[in-house]
Design a protein around this ligand. Structure first.
Ligand code: ZN
Ligand code: ZN
Length: 163
Protein backbone atom coordinates (compact mmCIF):
# COMPACT_ATOMS: atom_id res chain seq x y z
CA UNK A 1 0.00 0.00 0.00
CA UNK A 2 3.00 2.27 0.54
CA UNK A 3 3.88 2.82 -3.08
CA UNK A 4 7.30 4.34 -3.71
CA UNK A 5 8.10 6.88 -6.37
CA UNK A 6 11.50 7.43 -7.93
CA UNK A 7 13.14 10.62 -9.02
CA UNK A 8 16.43 12.37 -9.55
CA UNK A 9 18.36 15.35 -10.82
CA UNK A 10 18.88 16.42 -14.41
CA UNK A 11 22.38 14.91 -14.77
CA UNK A 12 21.57 11.52 -13.25
CA UNK A 13 24.08 11.81 -10.36
CA UNK A 14 21.37 11.87 -7.67
CA UNK A 15 18.61 9.28 -7.51
CA UNK A 16 16.06 9.07 -4.74
CA UNK A 17 12.95 7.17 -3.68
CA UNK A 18 10.02 8.57 -1.72
CA UNK A 19 7.45 6.39 0.03
CA UNK A 20 3.70 6.87 0.07
CA UNK A 21 1.60 9.93 -0.59
CA UNK A 22 2.63 13.46 0.42
CA UNK A 23 0.98 15.24 3.36
CA UNK A 24 0.18 18.05 0.94
CA UNK A 25 1.28 19.42 -2.42
CA UNK A 26 1.40 23.13 -3.25
CA UNK A 27 1.79 24.99 -6.50
CA UNK A 28 3.59 28.14 -5.29
CA UNK A 29 3.81 31.38 -7.26
CA UNK A 30 5.75 33.42 -4.69
CA UNK A 31 8.56 35.66 -5.89
CA UNK A 32 11.21 33.53 -4.19
CA UNK A 33 10.07 30.39 -6.00
CA UNK A 34 10.06 32.37 -9.23
CA UNK A 35 13.62 33.55 -8.61
CA UNK A 36 14.91 30.16 -7.51
CA UNK A 37 13.49 28.38 -10.53
CA UNK A 38 13.56 31.18 -13.09
CA UNK A 39 10.01 30.14 -13.92
CA UNK A 40 6.35 30.79 -13.04
CA UNK A 41 6.77 29.04 -9.70
CA UNK A 42 7.19 25.57 -8.33
CA UNK A 43 5.26 22.48 -7.27
CA UNK A 44 6.34 21.16 -3.87
CA UNK A 45 5.13 17.97 -2.18
CA UNK A 46 5.55 17.93 1.57
CA UNK A 47 6.57 14.65 3.26
CA UNK A 48 8.01 13.41 6.52
CA UNK A 49 11.82 13.43 6.01
CA UNK A 50 12.10 9.73 6.79
CA UNK A 51 10.01 8.88 3.73
CA UNK A 52 12.76 9.97 1.36
CA UNK A 53 15.86 7.92 0.70
CA UNK A 54 18.84 8.99 -1.37
CA UNK A 55 19.81 5.97 -3.46
CA UNK A 56 22.90 7.49 -5.03
CA UNK A 57 24.75 10.78 -5.41
CA UNK A 58 25.77 13.64 -3.16
CA UNK A 59 23.82 16.79 -2.27
CA UNK A 60 24.77 20.35 -1.40
CA UNK A 61 22.66 22.48 0.95
CA UNK A 62 21.85 26.15 0.43
CA UNK A 63 20.19 28.24 3.16
CA UNK A 64 17.31 30.36 1.82
CA UNK A 65 14.16 32.08 3.06
CA UNK A 66 10.77 30.71 2.01
CA UNK A 67 7.81 32.76 0.78
CA UNK A 68 6.16 32.52 4.21
CA UNK A 69 9.27 33.97 5.83
CA UNK A 70 10.87 30.95 7.53
CA UNK A 71 14.32 29.57 6.76
CA UNK A 72 14.72 26.58 4.54
CA UNK A 73 17.62 24.66 3.10
CA UNK A 74 17.50 23.87 -0.58
CA UNK A 75 19.18 20.55 -1.33
CA UNK A 76 20.73 20.37 -4.76
CA UNK A 77 22.66 17.84 -6.78
CA UNK A 78 26.31 18.54 -6.05
CA UNK A 79 27.20 17.92 -9.70
CA UNK A 80 24.53 19.70 -11.76
CA UNK A 81 22.84 21.97 -9.19
CA UNK A 82 19.30 20.72 -9.77
CA UNK A 83 17.17 21.64 -6.72
CA UNK A 84 15.60 18.40 -5.45
CA UNK A 85 13.95 19.34 -2.16
CA UNK A 86 13.89 21.78 0.72
CA UNK A 87 14.38 21.00 4.41
CA UNK A 88 12.74 23.19 7.06
CA UNK A 89 14.99 23.71 10.10
CA UNK A 90 12.07 25.08 12.12
CA UNK A 91 10.44 21.64 11.75
CA UNK A 92 13.59 20.09 13.21
CA UNK A 93 14.50 18.80 9.72
CA UNK A 94 11.59 16.36 10.07
CA UNK A 95 9.79 17.60 6.97
CA UNK A 96 10.86 18.04 3.37
CA UNK A 97 9.33 19.85 0.42
CA UNK A 98 10.09 17.75 -2.62
CA UNK A 99 10.23 19.47 -6.00
CA UNK A 100 7.64 17.51 -7.91
CA UNK A 101 9.32 18.22 -11.25
CA UNK A 102 12.21 15.95 -10.20
CA UNK A 103 9.96 12.87 -9.93
CA UNK A 104 10.20 10.36 -12.75
CA UNK A 105 6.44 10.80 -13.13
CA UNK A 106 5.78 14.40 -12.09
CA UNK A 107 2.18 14.25 -13.30
CA UNK A 108 1.34 11.65 -10.65
CA UNK A 109 0.82 14.32 -7.97
CA UNK A 110 -1.90 16.97 -8.25
CA UNK A 111 -1.55 20.06 -6.03
CA UNK A 112 -3.92 20.48 -3.09
CA UNK A 113 -3.64 24.24 -3.40
CA UNK A 114 -2.32 27.06 -5.56
CA UNK A 115 -0.60 29.57 -3.27
CA UNK A 116 0.82 33.09 -3.50
CA UNK A 117 -1.45 33.90 -6.42
CA UNK A 118 -0.89 37.57 -5.53
CA UNK A 119 2.54 37.42 -7.16
CA UNK A 120 1.73 35.07 -10.04
CA UNK A 121 2.79 36.23 -13.49
CA UNK A 122 -0.25 38.01 -14.90
CA UNK A 123 -0.76 35.68 -17.87
CA UNK A 124 -0.79 32.52 -15.73
CA UNK A 125 -4.18 30.80 -15.51
CA UNK A 126 -5.04 28.67 -12.51
CA UNK A 127 -6.52 25.18 -12.72
CA UNK A 128 -10.21 24.69 -12.01
CA UNK A 129 -11.05 22.59 -8.99
CA UNK A 130 -7.87 23.35 -7.04
CA UNK A 131 -8.27 25.89 -4.19
CA UNK A 132 -6.36 29.13 -4.67
CA UNK A 133 -4.93 31.44 -2.05
CA UNK A 134 -3.41 34.90 -2.30
CA UNK A 135 -0.71 33.77 0.10
CA UNK A 136 -0.81 30.71 2.35
CA UNK A 137 -3.60 28.70 4.01
CA UNK A 138 -4.24 26.77 7.20
CA UNK A 139 -3.72 23.08 6.44
CA UNK A 140 -6.36 22.20 9.05
CA UNK A 141 -9.07 23.77 6.89
CA UNK A 142 -8.12 22.04 3.65
CA UNK A 143 -6.61 18.60 4.06
CA UNK A 144 -8.38 15.30 4.77
CA UNK A 145 -8.25 14.20 8.42
CA UNK A 146 -5.64 11.50 7.89
CA UNK A 147 -3.19 14.02 6.41
CA UNK A 148 -3.94 16.63 9.10
CA UNK A 149 -3.03 13.94 11.63
CA UNK A 150 0.28 13.30 9.88
CA UNK A 151 1.08 17.01 9.91
CA UNK A 152 0.18 17.34 13.59
CA UNK A 153 2.29 14.26 14.39
CA UNK A 154 5.23 15.90 12.63
CA UNK A 155 4.76 19.10 14.59
CA UNK A 156 4.45 17.11 17.83
CA UNK A 157 7.70 15.29 17.13
CA UNK A 158 9.41 18.61 16.55
CA UNK A 159 8.18 19.87 19.94
CA UNK A 160 9.44 16.75 21.68
CA UNK A 161 12.87 17.63 20.24
CA UNK A 162 12.59 21.09 21.79
CA UNK A 163 13.21 22.72 18.42
ZN1 ZN B 1 22.78 16.20 -11.08
ZN1 ZN C 1 7.06 29.91 -3.12
Amino acid sequence: MQAARGGGCACGHVRYRVKGEPIYTNNCHCRLCQQQTGSTGVVNAFYESDRIEVLQGRLSEHMMVSGSGGPHLICRCRECGTALWSIYPRLGRLGIGLRVGTLDEPGALTPDAVIFTESAMPWVTFPEGIPQFERTYDFRTLLPAERIDRMLALMGRRESFGA
